[in-house]
Write a protein that binds this ligand. Structure first.
Ligand code: KG4
Ligand code: ZN
Length: 345
């Protein structure tokens, strides 16, 4: 079975084709095509929704065509069209959703609407479907969400914790803005933090607070951390010469919080596997530390491959495998609409 995935929830127009064998739990990624708008939005320090929407209109059909070409398939070979229908920027989502609906109508192919966060949640399945054991705890960390999700089985899951204010990725992006670094903030802060380690620079500032790290629940809060950075920068006249150090301590605080809460959830729910996904899961320090901590505890860790951490359409195609509704009926295009909220509970 061939699935075409389409993703346009933010600033990436993406298409992907996967071939699946459900019995064998095997997923072959035939193409993972991304047309990124990062260079366009960089000059504004973040995503400008109107600009993103216009770029999606230009890019989506060439991206789908390129994806089909890379997979060596025709659109008529596709068995299911799977599209992100929320959450995200509504004017961005609409382009992907209307494109998918039009293809579904014209080609008489079934269509499946997929929650973007569900896409991230299933991204570690791309290479590990067979091996993931349940219960599993998933840490899904992106620019808009920070969720701890308990997966009791492949299809049964619930959110057990989430951020009460900013997402971890948002905390990176806002911190980068404060330090006049580029957008998106996560990768550049990660690189500067690594520079601090590699150059064995001297520690001159105090570590950042770790909000809610010991709270009894599994929720997160990152806005206090961001404010703490702002106050530190305001007080420190020489912060511009110490950007690496600020990035190091900021990243350390975020990763300490994420890792401690994930391990605590794993213990409480006797998890057999830990899954890590979302744009922030591209963070090297987070990947390395979680790998070390989980191996100390004999927990199996399944990381999203780097190319499936930030937004992509392969994860959307994969998540539709686990979608209960929407699948078979050929007229389902009538029911799919773009929405700004998540249905993940
Ligand atoms: O999943 P994603 O591509 O989009 C959303 O669904 O939000 O995540 C984007 C977020 C941005 O906030 C970006 O700064 C962060 O992921 N990010 C990183 C890294 N790469 C991307 N954060 C930390 N370290 C990275 N290497
Ligand atoms: Zn995302």
């Amino acid at each position: 079975m061939y699935i075409l995935g389409i993703e346009t929830s933010c600033d990436e127009s993406a298409a992907s084709i996967i071939k699946i064998n459900k019995k064998e739990k095997d997923i072959k990624v035939l193409s993972n095509t991304i047309s990124s708008q990062i260079d366009i939005h960089k000059k504004y320090g973040g995503v400008v929704p109107e600009v993103a929407a216009r770029e999606h209109v230009f890019n989506i059909l060439p991206t789908i065509k390129k994806s089909l070409k890379e997979a060596n398939l025709n659109i008529s070979d596709i068995d299911l069209i799977s599209v992100t229908n929320g959450p995200g920027l509504i004017t961005s989502l609409i382009t992907g959703v209307e494109t998918a609906k039009t293809l579904s109508y014209i080609l008489k192919k079934p269509i499946c609407g997929v929650d973007h966060i569900k896409g991230h949640l299933y991204s570690p399945f791309i290479n590990n479907w067979k091996n993931i054991q349940f219960p599993a705890i998933s840490l899904t960390v992106s620019g808009g969400h920070t969720d701890l999700i308990l997966m009791e089985s492949e299809k049964k899951y619930k959110i057990i914790g989430k951020t009460l204010d900013d997402a971890a990725g948002e905390a990176y992006d806002k911190a980068a803005k404060m330090m006049n670094l580029s957008y998106p903030g996560g990768p550049i802060i990660g690189t500067l933090a690594q520079g601090f380690v590699d150059l064995s620079l001297k520690k001159t500032i105090k570590p950042f607070p770790r909000p809610m790290i010991d709270s009894k629940d599994f929720n997160f809060s990152f806005s206090g951390l961001k404010t703490s950075l702002l106050y530190k920068l305001q007080k420190d006249k020489s912060w511009k010469e110490k950007k690496e150090e600020y990035c190091f301590f900021y990243q350390e605080a975020i990763n300490d919080i994420l890792i401690k809460k994930t391990l605590k959830a794993a213990e409480k729910y006797s998890a057999k596997s830990i899954l890590l996904s979302g744009g922030v899961s591209a963070n090297k320090d987070l990947r390395n530390k979680l790998t070390k901590k989980t191996s100390e505890k004999n927990l199996k860790l399944f990381l999203s491959k780097l190319q499936y951490t930030t937004d992509n359409a392969t994860m959307i195609a994969v998540a539709s495998i686990f979608e209960k509704k929407n699948k078979k009926k050929k007229k389902n295009w009538k029911k799919i609409t773009a929405i700004t909220t998540t249905y993940l509970r």
